[in-house]
Write a protein that binds this ligand. Structure first.
Ligand code: SF4
Length: 701
């Protein structure tokens, strides 16, 4: 198959200064929780994107100096960091993509937890990562030094093989954007005051980089044109516009977005595809240089329209490239239906923020490319004669069936309900979660072309079916149920007195059994479920109150970059919210909450309570089959029974999909005696010579 002509424009080469991107697909810098801690994993993940057809593949932010160090990102402090970055660029180049690096100094955004250097900033200011401390104001010698570090990093980036060097002035995080900011820059010298003065450092960094490497490398600027805080900050109609106009022709490319990261990386619950267009569309009118922008693009028609209507020259993507590293290739080959669309959940962001290798709800292979050798498109053909019965058509069962079918296994997928998708189907009907249905839809589309997989909706798997099915491996993927007794993170024993009023769980709500009147939602889950139920019930006319033992509403959503939006929505919708509150007792018409610090009680009048606390695996079938004993199972030809997904351990959808995929690869989900993936160890460097402080300033290139 070949692509429809309407997508031709997406495959035109684009000149970026001295280099040329082979097409318009530009993977913008994005973090991944692997960085320098797991550099082989990071490099393999980038390689797969290049293989998938992205014309440009960038790294995440790459610290240039120990005075602005981020805990888990890449590093280019000196020449010692070149080899692992060179590995990444080599792998990216193997597939004809350009390699970009995002040079970063995090200023007051970080507390330099490793180096212990006093952070630096345009003006003295408290550090912004909650660790106690104050960044000192940079004097002129600091600014000169910073320019030198940046220039040296650009030179080292070229040595590492990068084709594009990004000057990073974005997301309210780095020194150049903080110098630009009226809020963060109170200087009275030539680097403060007027916009021209505040933009001086950014101008100098671009000029320095161009002078150092501009003959062979493109110098791009990654700039946030609007902070979404009105006149207090940079706006696309104000200083954001003026900065681009002022520096219009200086860089070789403008990579533009909105700030801060919570805005740039907004979830699908709060933003639609293309949500940044209104802010960035002016950029092309004030520069002749190529412009890249993002907007969680997964539709090739939207992408082509962005190019056609003159909004963007290059289609930027972070999350869509994680969910489907082969997105460009699939468009090129006319396989648009095969695109695994990002659901906009920010699970990838969450695990990076938690300091762990990232993961993806849609793509279970991401982060596993090097350590397990998993590829998003290829999988080993079957190597056993097993026939597999999967009980349950939720995210784990569907992914297991799909990947087993891809391997060529004969599979029966039986689902007790009439509809497939399990929890993703049910959850996708809740407010703001419609895109979760993509987890089901992509898998069902793939399964359509797999004749070896038989799907039987409306068939509950029981002992008799297992013994008659003539399947040698049985995967029990029957999901989980929400607890009705209040047990979760805070309450480790059932909450007493719950018979005093009607009790609902998320399962009730998703089954359409809705409370009426005054409802207290108790959230000890801390993710999205309690909050979308609050939205649903409020829209349904209930007077909703929400209580949580945590100090923040929906505390986990800090990791998914949506806590402020979630919190605001709850404040707007709920009659009252109660943080630091556990359940004390329940009586007809009232729930007594106890402060988790003092025990002091608050009474909330309520006609019903919704408990969003934790889930239990629905694993009765598994235990029943285990109870049959090995001989009975063997007589029926069954050699193995395993649990998959939420049935093994209830968690997030991404964990269920990963579990289903792991099962398809290994026909097992149990623990092994040995670590089942390659580990990346720190090398002992005991005999390294102490640095000579006097020689460090310029000599470490
Ligand atoms: Fe998209 Fe969610 Fe995957 Fe991130 S984790 S790439 S937001 S589907």
């Amino acid at each position: 198959m070949s692509r429809p002509a309407r997508y031709d424009a997406l495959f035109e080469p684009v000149r970026i200064g001295p280099v040329t991107a082979k097409n318009r697909f530009y993977q913008v810098p994005h973090c991944n929780g692997m960085g320098r801690a797991f550099p082989s994993s990071m490099a393999a993940m980038r390689k797969v994107k290049a293989e998938g057809g992205w014309g440009v593949v960038c790294t995440e932010q790459c610290d240039i100096h120990y005075s602005g160090n981020h805990q888990r990102e890449l590093r280019l402090w000196d020449g010692k960091d070149i080899p692992y970055l060179a590995k990444a660029t080599d792998l990216i180049h193997e597939h004809g993509a350009l390699a970009g690096v995002e040079l970063a100094h995090n200023g007051a955004h970080v507390s330099n937890l490793e180096s212990r250097a006093v952070p630096i900033a345009p003006s003295a200011t408290a550090t912004r990562d909650l660790f106690p401390g104050t960044a000192r104001a940079m004097d002129k010698s600091d600014i000169r030094a910073f320019r030198r570090w940046h220039r040296d990093a650009a030179l080292n980036a070229r040595r590492a093989g990068f084709d594009i060097v990004n000057v990073y002035a974005g997301h309210d995080m780095t020194l150049p954007i903080n110098f630009l900011s009226r809020r963060r820059n109170q200087r009275t010298d030539e680097y403060g005051g007027s916009l021209e003065n505040r933009a001086r450092l950014l101008r100098e960094l671009i000029e320095d980089a161009k002078e150092a490497v501009g003959d062979t490398c493109a110098v791009a600027v990654r700039f946030s044109v609007d902070e979404l805080i009105g006149e207090k900050g940079i706006t696309a109609k104000g200083e954001g516009h003026d900065v681009v106009e002022m520096l219009a022709e200086l860089p070789d490319l403008w990579d533009v977005n909105i700030s801060n990261f919570d805005n740039d990386g907004a979830t699908a619950r709060f933003s639609d595809e293309g949500y940044q267009e209104e802010y960035v569309k002016f950029v092309k009118s004030v520069t002749t240089k190529p412009v890249v922008g993002v907007g969680r693009f997964t539709s090739p028609d939207t992408m082509a329209a962005m190019v056609r209507n003159g909004t963007l020259d290059l289609i930027g993507a972070a999350r869509p490239s994680i969910a489907d590293p082969f997105l460009p290739r699939k468009i090129e080959e006319g396989r648009v239906d095969d695109i695994r669309e990002c659901v906009g959940c920010n699970v990838c962001v969450a695990w990076d923020r938690a300091g762990a290798p990232f993961r993806c709800t849609q793509n279970p292979t991401t982060g596993e490319e090097w350590r397990r050798g998993w590829h998003p498109e290829r999988i080993a053909v079957r190597d056993t004669a097993d026939k597999v019965l999967i009980a349950g058509g939720g995210p784990a069962g569907l992914e297991a069936a799909r990947a087993l079918g891809q391997r060529g296994y004969e599979v029966i997928l039986a689902e007790r309900g009439r509809e497939l998708g399990g929890r993703v189907t049910r959850e996708s009907r809740l407010p703001g979660l419609a895109t979760y249905g993509r987890v089901r839809d992509w898998r069902l589309r793939q399964l359509k072309s797999m004749p070896s997989v038989r799907i039987l909706p409306g068939n509950e798997v029981d002992r008799e079916l297992v013994l008659e099915a003539e399947c040698s491996v049985v995967a029990v993927a029957t999901g989980a149920v929400w607890r009705r007794d209040g047990v979760g993170r805070h309450h480790l024993a059932p909450v007493p007195d719950l018979t005093a009023m009607p009790v609902y769980t998320p399962d009730d709500i998703m089954d359409g059994r809705l409370p009426r009147g005054r409802v207290l939602i108790f959230d000890d889950d801390h993710y999205y479920m309690a909050t979308v139920i609050a939205e649903l019930l409020a829209k349904n006319g209930c007077e909703v109150s929400l209580a949580t033992p945590e100090s923040l509403l929906a505390a986990f959503t800090q990791f998914t970059a949506e806590q402020k939006r979630v919190g605001r929505r709850l404040m707007e919708l709920c009659a009252s919210t109660h943080a630091l509150s556990a359940l004390s007792r329940v009586e007809p018409g009232a729930v007594h909450l106890a402060c988790t610090y003092t025990g002091r009680e608050t009474v909330v009048e309520a006609d019903a309570i919704v408990l969003v606390t934790s889930m239990l695996p629905r694993d009765a079938l598994f235990h029943e089959l285990q109870g049959l004993g090995q001989n009975t199972l063997a007589a029926a030809g069954v050699r193995r029974v395993v649990r998959v997904g939420d049935c093994l351990g209830p968690g997030i959808i991404a964990a269920a999909v990963h579990s289903g995929h792991l099962f398809a690869r290994e026909l097992d989900t149990g623990l092994s005696d040995h670590t089942p993936y390659r580990r990346e160890n720190v090398e002992l460097d005991w005999d390294q010579a102490m640095p000579n402080p006097a020689g460090m300033a310029r000599g470490e290139m």
